[in-house]
Design a protein around this ligand. Structure first.
Ligand SMILES: [Zn+2]
Length: 265
């Protein structure tokens, strides 16, 4: 069965294990059902930007040139929450867009995908964010009314804790044995007094399992900008990665907008 279209981040459902769906053109693939099947991916040397334009070349987060420089969805505050200015009524690119995006409840969380990391996301997105990262567990550290406040908290903790996921270790399932409640207590103590009122009383630990039978001992990433064709047997899915049986891994999210033929046998 061949499917053609622009890749998009896989949709996630918090089940045990996590359920994944991928839309390609008119089709919606239940990715969990493709495990143990042979998959070929052929890059068609075309990109479709989030704005719908077809382009040959893309910039950060796979935006076209125009969106990269002008679209509010590619603005600085998206990538660096502490640069948010909508709470001051100051526009970066489009104040209405930025108000809608930034002036909503956010959380600062601690998650374990390999080591413990800190991150920021919109309250309503948190489960999806954690599944996209391939987190094994996560806890809410602080709850804020906007993106700027959450960014301030993240910045205050950056000297004490990583804000990055080690994707190789995450894919090899090398998970730090850490108690998130203890980590939360330790990080809470590091916060400056003016940010402590945002600390969350919600101590629920969310856990995630992924549809992977055997984790690879070594991983090698597939980059369609370098190798335009790939074929392999799907061994599992974790985060936004397809894991193949020889340890090759394909980050679907980092290939958003790449137009491909996706062949399942
Ligand atoms: Zn665009």
């Amino acid at each position: 069965m061949k499917f053609t279209g622009a890749l998009k981040k896989m949709a996630t459902m918090h089940k045990s294990p996590v359920r994944y769906a991928m839309s390609l053109g008119e089709d919606l693939l239940t990715v969990n059902q493709l495990i143990n099947k042979e998959i070929s991916i052929q890059f068609k040397h075309k990109h479709i930007c989030a704005c719908g334009k077809e382009v040959d070349q893309v910039y950060r987060a796979n935006f076209c040139r125009d969106c990269f420089f002008n679209n509010p969805a590619a603005g600085d505050a998206i990538f660096r929450p502490e640069l948010s200015k909508a709470h001051l009524g100051i526009a970066d690119r489009d104040l209405e867009f930025e108000k809608a995006y930034q002036l909503q409840p956010h959380v600062v969380y601690l998650a374990i995908s390999s080591g413990v990391k800190v991150g920021v996301t919109r309250q309503g997105q948190k489960l999806h964010r954690w599944m996209d990262q391939g987190a094994s567990s996560a806890i809410v550290l602080a709850e804020t009314s906007n993106r700027f406040e959450a960014g301030q908290i993240e910045v205050a903790l950056k000297d004490h804790i990583s804000d990055k996921t080690n994707w190789r270790r995450m894919l090899k399932n090398e998970i730090a044995d850490k108690d998130l409640l203890k980590e939360k207590t330790a990080m809470s103590a590091k916060l400056p007094e003016d940010l402590k009122p945002f600390l969350s009383a919600d101590d629920e630990i969310f856990t995630f399992t992924y549809p992977v039978e055997n984790y690879p001992a070594k991983v090698a990433s597939i980059n369609l900008s370098k190798t335009d064709f790939f074929t392999g047997n799907l061994a599992g899915i974790k985060g936004q990665y397809l894991i193949f049986d020889q340890g090759q891994v394909f980050n679907v999210r980092s290939h958003e907008g790449f137009v491909v033929d996706f062949d399942v046998r």
